[in-house]
Design a binder for this molecule. Structure first.
Ligand code: URA
Length: 249
């Protein structure tokens, strides 16, 4: 519970002093009842507070974390089989965040955790076609025909894949490390695409999502996005929205 004027100030309605004046003028209501005294306390999670008839709500602090997901973690919130979730990488009591998109249990690499549902939606919905880049160690070395199939589209059981950017980065002991840039994110897509052209994935890491890069963040570690990264992500999302929706919200 907290004092009404403090709550109003935290919501950005006015300074605490100005909020007191609003209360005394009878402009503030709690659960439909006008409040004029200054001692009243509210529960920010339960009480409905209005100022001049308009609801005010606390803007929760937005959190954006970049994690290097290790193998052996799921990206869901909870697992019926009791496997560890990436949220266990955060300290106990950390504010609630959720993973943006999914990575398989054995896939490592870049994962964004946030409580910003709008941004998460724009980064993952296929209609916005945000690029995700993976590095895949595959069995054998794809020949030009296999590379061309990966680039132009492979027919999977849920339909053909969109054009992808694919390059061989390195050949090691008869196996290849590929870079794959995809603008969609179907379940196990990279694994299924590579298997479909005869080169099953032996290890898979996501190294980029839009303007975000995994860099040298160690597996299991996380960090907050920098202001520059956040701006770059927001700019990209705004562009993608503009392209798809003509800017309408
Ligand atoms: N593609 C996959 O096959 N697995 C992932 O975790 C991500 C993309």
């Amino acid at each position: 519970m907290e004092r009404l004027q403090k709550f109003l100030a935290r919501c950005g309605v006015a300074s605490r002093r100005q909020a007191e004046a609003l209360i005394q003028k009878g402009l503030v209501a709690v659960n439909g009842e006008v409040v004029r005294e200054l001692g009243v306390k509210v529960d920010p999670d339960r009480d409905r507070v209005t100022v001049a008839g308009r609801a005010v709500r606390l803007e929760r602090e937005k959190i954006y974390l970049l994690v290097n997901k290790p193998r052996g973690y799921i990206t869901g919130n909870r697992d019926p089989q009791g496997r560890k979730t990436v949220l266990a990488l955060l300290p106990e009591g950390f504010p609630r965040v959720f993973p943006v998109g999914r990575l398989d249990y054995n896939t490592t690499g870049l994962l964004l955790l946030t409580n910003d549902g709008e941004l998460a939606y724009a980064l993952t919905h296929p209609k916005f076609q945000i690029k995700k880049v993976y590095r895949a160690l595959v069995r054998g070395v794809p020949d030009p025909a296999a590379l061309s199939a990966l680039r132009t589209g492979v027919v999977l059981e849920d339909g053909p894949t969109l054009p992808a950017e694919v390059a061989i980065i390195k050949v090691e002991a008869g196996n290849a490390i590929l870079s794959l840039g995809l603008r969609e994110g179907r379940k196990r897509q990279v694994r299924r695409m590579c298997a479909a052209v005869g080169h099953p994935v032996l290890a898979l890491e996501r190294v980029a999502m839009g303007p975000l890069r995994l860099g040298d963040l160690a597996p299991g570690q996380y960090r907050r996005l920098t202001a520059a990264e956040l701006k770059a992500v927001r700019d990209l999302v705004a562009q993608a929205r503009q392209a798809v929706e003509g800017g309408k919200e």
